[in-house]
Design a protein around this ligand. Structure first.
Ligand code: KDG
Length: 317
């Protein structure tokens, strides 16, 4: 197993019409969940990934499990919860730049995960543990589960990759800041966006932010700079990677997960830090060009074609 990750995946509805959802009549139904988005991205690129979660024993739960299993992600650590439903979320789209997410996930099956859901012998097969800041926001027991997962990783010398994925709709700013910093300190590689770095550290400049994060403990910091690409920092190297230009952004949700999938795929392939970040930037860009959180995640062939083509024509450096 290359990577194990833990988190909630929901049924995801998008109105076919733009504007306030109160006027919407037709919706498309897909699935979305940050950690399973990364898992699917990695599986499409040929890596072995395990996803740990709980789903409601309902139609959406079964749909999600079949979909993720069908993508080649290992789901043997996923349980059906008889007492709570699968979470749902809506993407209310005004324009590509103005999009609101509405969650219906309080008390969901995944929010009832507990540390007992984690099987150490399953997890210790992995080369990396991927954690996001969404899971600890779901409930106290999910917070405990996240902390236990990090402990298991540490006990087994498995590097922890952490994407803060700040979701202010899920918890108070104060609790979010305290918890995300706590997990960041325990992590080996962190993948924050600039907004998250600002929120957590009160710093607005990329290099200063990355150094501040590194001082907290992580050996590698990858700052996602959106249209400006990314900045990476480790003990040995640092630098910027340019963004891949996107002809038209159709749906930006899931771009960060695509970035994580591409980046981790690079590490697993033995690429150096810069080339791994470049792969992350490419997958992140590709995700924005297609509607849905996971539909734009490429296989190797499409990814390498995109990277070649864009490198030749229009990588902004
Ligand atoms: O990262 C994309 C996610 O926002 C989406 O798939 C749903 O996990 C999700 C969340 O909590 O917002």
């Amino acid at each position: 197993m290359d990577v194990v990750t833990i988190g909630e995946t929901m049924a995801q509805f998008t109105p076919k019409e733009r504007g306030y959802m109160r006027y919407a009549t037709d919706f498309s139904l897909k699935i979305g969940g940050a950690e399973s988005n990364v898992a699917i991205g990695l599986a499409r690129l040929g890596h072995k990934v395990g996803w740990v979660s709980r789903l409601g024993d309902d139609e959406f739960g079964h749909k999600i499990l079949s979909f993720i299993k069908g993508e080649g992600v290992d789901t043997q650590a996923v349980q059906f919860d008889q007492e709570a439903p699968t979470g749902i979320y809506f993407k209310e789209i005004f324009t590509e730049d103005e999009l609101r997410v509405q969650y219906y996930r309080k008390g969901s099956a995944a929010s009832r995960m507990t540390p007992e859901d984690l099987n150490e012998s399953y997890m210790k097969q992995a080369k990396y543990l991927l954690i996001t800041g969404i899971t600890p926001a779901l409930s106290d027991s999910c917070y405990d589960t996240t902390i236990r997962a990090v402990e298991i990783a540490k006990d087994n010398e498995i590097p922890v990759i952490f994407d803060p994925n700040l979701r202010t709709k899920l918890w108070s700013e104060e609790k979010a800041r305290k918890t995300l910093l706590e997990i960041m300190k325990q992590s080996d590689i962190v993948l924050p966006g600039m907004g998250e770095g600002e929120f957590l550290l009160g710093t607005y400049e990329a290099e200063e932010m990355a150094h501040k994060i590194q001082q907290l403990g992580p050996k590698k910091v990858i700052l996602k700079l959106g249209e400006k690409g990314a900045y990476y920092l480790s003990d040995q190297e640092q630098g910027y990677v340019g963004a891949y230009s996107v002809k038209r952004v159709v749906d930006p949700v899931g771009a960060g997960d695509g970035f994580a999938a591409g980046f981790i795929s690079g590490l697993l392939d033995g690429l150096d830090l810069k080339a791994s970040v470049q792969r992350g930037a490419a997958v992140g860009a590709m995700v924005t060009m297609i509607e849905g959180d996971v539909a734009g995640l490429p296989d190797r062939e499409r990814l390498f074609a995109f990277m070649d083509e864009t490198n030749r024509e229009d990588v902004q450096r």
